[in-house]
Design a protein around this ligand. Sequence first.
Ligand code: GLN
Length: 232
Amino acid sequence: LGFLSKPVEKVLRVGTSPDFPPFEYVDEKTGEVVGIDIDLIKAIANRLGYKVQIVSMDFDGLIPALEQGQVDVVISGMTITEERAKRVDFSIPYWKADQAIIVSKGSSFKPLKIEDLVNHTVGVQSGTTAEQLLDSYVSKGYNINVKRYSSYTLAVQDLINGRVDAVVVDSPVANTLAKKYSVEVAATITTGEEYGIAVKKGNKALLDQINKALSEILNSSEWDSIISKYMG
Ligand code: GLN
């Protein structure tokens, strides 16, 4: 009867796009997906009695994966927007961010605002608020050549190789990229974004549990240690 004593382990399938340090990225030594978001969702899952299964995919595939039931939650530095909130439900916010323009280190091109990107090629990850920001300028008539990538990793590679003149990315990620790679932050664009954890539309039971655990964690020293582990 040994099998009867084995506890049933509930699994929380977590969708993320691990190209967004310090929130989610692949540890070069272990090959594991790590970061603030990963530790945060593990802390939440731990409180709720779940084991976490990380499911990596491109950012623009995350909301479809939730809708199709391939994952239970998405945590991926995802900004809470009205448009997205029509398709998924968001937790309370856990982080504030703006956008930033990064260029390769020592570049003579020093954009200070989005308008300065006119007549330049600018890399961005598909499906992000950075892409929406650039597209809104293009539709107002600004001649910005927006180059879309499936991941920020590829966009930053092209920036370093000189295939794009700049990349627009969330400000906390820009600061981390500037520490890890040969890139620098040229400008910050205030957008006042807030990150949330997403669940399938209508999954109130899971969302309520997540919100309760999340607010507890945000007010605990556990949260401070997660942040200093990745940003310290
Ligand atoms: N915060 C941005 C968004 O929600 C970028 C997220 C990301 O690239 N992981 O679109």
